[in-house]
Design a protein. Structure first.
Length: 430
């Protein structure tokens, strides 16, 4: 197991308490809080060093190390904290502002200089071109007589578990070395997930012969009749959204009955037309929270009408029925800037009242059908339960709120409140 730090056993401990989190290149991540204490490395005691004891580890199962020792520039720190090596030098604990590494079966890190007994010849120095990581320019990369790259910037990082590079150069390097893809690594799934921005699983994406996306809703469209025949014609089953200008909206390629019974034109297949009864929002624009609820009031369990201002500056979960109550209450105890609005999918007021009775958050009133329709349409809600997360600005953060809650529970809300998406491991998409 890990050797663990305990502030209770230290007489030099200084509380800080600022939250800390970071995700590494291999998708592993940690969370914790900042502390200040004396950090001793190979007999060198660095006083008043800021570091992060970790309370949550992801993707580090079987790791035998006690922690990660950061040696990059201070510009990469979360809040301008001074790295250990900086303090070693400023406190006069080392003779030179140099650290070095010796790699063999018994690797060593050397602070304050270079051990000349570990090499022959002279050391070649390269200037740092960007002071963040240790980044320098390579003149070329070759394998035998094969030139893989003629000029590229590179980063020296002793802690990275992956070799990462531009796609063209890495393919050329693998070809020259005879390398093949390890299908068990999950990297192909990760690449596809990132390319197509997978929000939920299962997901079926249909591509045209030129690799252009035909539909991202293949799993839902497949339930309709003649689906494959329509795809082979290059047409989707569901409607697509194409705004004519900033103030207009068109629904095109209707090939099923419209769910909105006030629109008679939608019942005609292949009929492109304007919806004039409601000005639908453009799918390519971001609307503020106030704009989304401009003509709407929220209600609470006292049947009092509340304006959207009560959720100002909070990350909002648009709740189209999901199991969230217990985790939401925990988020409120942590005083997280997070709120939820229940958007009904019920058929009548009685069912709505029964559903809402046990919910601890605000709700859009049942009779506000127009705003319900606008929200469901704008965020393409095609299945329930669904939990849509939007930023305080109204910008969509993620449509996979329900899946995130299932996988990460309260950690999902903590991640959203930092303006970040929940990162799933690549194996979760395999």
């Amino acid at each position: 197991g890990f050797n663990q730090y305990s502030s209770a056993t230290s007489t030099m401990y200084i509380p800080n308490g600022k939250p800390f989190s970071i995700t590494y290149a291999d998708d592993s991540s940690v969370q914790g809080f900042l502390s200040i204490d004396t950090v001793t490395i190979s007999g060198i005691a660095v006083k008043k060093q800021t570091f992060a004891p970790c309370t949550l580890l992801n993707g580090m199962t079987g790791n035998v190390n006690d922690g990660i020792f950061g040696l990059a520039y201070s510009s990469l720190t979360k809040g301008g904290e001074k790295p250990v090596f900086y303090n070693m030098w400023s406190q006069g604990l080392i003779s030179e502002a140099i650290f070095s590494f010796y790699f063999n079966l018994d690797p060593k890190a050397i602070s304050g200089g270079v051990d000349s007994s570990k090499y022959t010849g002279s050391v070649t120095y390269a200037p740092v071109v960007l002071a963040g990581y240790w980044e320098f320019q390579m003149t070329s990369v070759t394998v035998g007589s094969t030139i893989v790259s003629r000029s590229a910037n590179a980063i020296v990082n002793t802690g990275t578990t992956l070799i990462i590079g531009p796609v063209t150069e890495v393919r050329a390097l693998n070809h020259a070395l005879g390398g093949t893809l390890d299908s068990s690594s999950g990297l192909r799934a990760k690449y596809l997930n990132n390319r197509y921005q997978i929000q939920d699983i299962p997901t079926l994406i249909i591509l045209k012969p030129d690799s252009e996306i035909l539909t991202l809703n293949g799993d839902e469209e497949f339930e309709s009749t003649n689906t494959i025949e329509e795809w082979m014609k290059g047409e989707t089953i569901f409607w697509t959204q194409e705004p004519q200008n900033s103030d207009d909206h068109v629904w095109a390629d209707i090939n099923r009955e419209c769910a909105y019974d006030f629109c008679q034109q939608c019942y005609s297949k292949r009929n492109t037309h304007h919806h004039e009864l409601i000005k639908f929002w453009s799918p390519k624009k971001t609307y503020s929270i106030e704009q989304m609820f401009v003509q709407s009031e929220l209600i609470d369990h006292n049947d009092e009408c509340i304006t959207i201002k009560s959720l100002e500056n909070k990350y909002i979960g648009l709740y189209f029925i999901a199991e969230l109550t217990e985790i939401y209450r925990k988020a409120m105890k942590f005083n997280l800037p997070f709120g939820v609005i229940f958007i009904s999918a019920d058929d009548n007021q009685t069912t709505f009242d029964t559903q809402y009775e046990g919910m601890p958050w605000k709700a859009l009133s049942f009779d506000n059908y127009i705003t319900q329709l606008l929200l469901k349409t704008h965020f393409s809600v095609s299945r329930i339960p669904t939990l849509i997360i939007v930023k305080p600005t109204g910008e969509l953060l993620t449509k996979s709120g329900r899946k995130d809650i299932e996988n990460k529970t309260i950690e999902a809300i903590q991640t959203w409140c930092k303006g970040e998406k929940v990162r799933l491991k690549s194996e979760e998409f395999v």
